[in-house]
Write a protein that binds this ligand. Structure first.
Ligand SMILES: Nc1ncnc2c1ncn2[C@@H]1O[C@H](COP(=O)(O)OP(=O)(O)O)[C@@H](O)[C@H]1O
Ligand SMILES: [Mg+2]
Length: 250
């Protein structure tokens, strides 16, 4: 327990031994605006880890920092122990990290198939990978010729996930996959995230729908005001009275 907050700060010793992605004491933000404060977190091989926390806590900024869309002011981002802080997104993709932003994650005027082809820019292997993805996500196969904008919200999210998978990432960053979806569809999208994980991809996911997100995750981090307020196993977070009251709506 940390004095004052009453919340546990879980140290690195409790992370899985095989860490694929790690942020180490990262400060960062936009222009003069500091958003991240001494933020440390890790993603273990094969894990699904969920970032939760209030609006404006800096969750999306964490993913943008990992993906190289913004550069940390200090601290380090490590991929399999190698520093990648400030590495450009194209290179981060090449190193095996995929990113599904919260919005504008598919091209509405292009077909499902064209979206997947663009996901695998200039890779010869793409058609084979796309064929495998159609098997994993049959709804995409059914809709392969349909414009992405004609898909339902849930189907579009699955397409966004699949697009990122064409590059066969071993780490996938997903920003609020359930945002704006009807409750009945949220489950389908989370099921797809599980499928992605079962195929061998470690997942760092943000979820506003915190209980449901933690429900499919191994571990979680509660972010508030740009720093980690609580870290632990997903069950531990779900069962923690104070965390539940503060961050899960009681
Ligand atoms: N492109 C940007 N330029 C300036 N400030 C930004 C930008 N994106 C986000 N912010 C600010 O950074 C803070 C954290 O935002 P964000 O990481 O999106 O939070 P969360 O995803 O937890 O809701 C907010 O105060 C937000 O207004
Ligand atoms: Mg966000």
């Amino acid at each position: 327990m940390t004095a004052g907050t009453g919340l546990t700060d879980v140290g690195r010793s409790e992370l899985p031994t095989e860490i694929v992605l790690e942020l180490e004491s990262v400060d960062g933000g936009y222009g003069d605006l500091q958003v991240l404060y001494d933020l440390s977190l890790g993603l273990g091989e094969g894990e699904v880890v969920c970032l939760i926390g209030p609006n404006g806590a800096g969750k999306s900024t964490v993913l943008r920092t990992v993906f190289g869309l913004i550069e940390p002011w200090s601290g380090r981002v490590l991929l399999r122990g190698e520093e990648i802080s400030g590495t450009a997104p194209e290179e981060v993709v090449r190193l095996g990290v995929g990113y599904v932003p919260q919005v504008k994650n598919v091209f509405g005027s292009l077909t499902v198939h064209e979206n997947l082809q663009i996901g695998g820019t200039a890779r010869e292997e793409s058609e084979g990978v796309i064929a495998d993805l159609y098997e994993r996500f049959p709804l995409l196969a059914e809709k392969r010729g349909a414009k992405a904008r004609s898909l339902s919200g849930g189907q579009r999210q699955v397409l966004a996930l699949a697009r990122a998978l064409v590059m066969e990432p071993d780490v996938l960053l997903i920003d609020e996959p359930s945002a704006g979806l009807a409750p009945t569809v949220v489950e389908d999208v989370f099921e797809s995230v599980r499928t992605v994980n079962e195929l061998g991809t470690s997942v760092l996911m943000i979820e506003q729908n915190a209980r449901a997100g933690l429900g499919i995750s191994d571990r979680g981090y509660v972010l508030d005001q740009g720093t980690v307020k609580f870290a632990g196993d997903a069950d531990e977070i779900l069962d923690h009275p104070e965390v539940a009251e503060l961050y899960l709506g009681g």
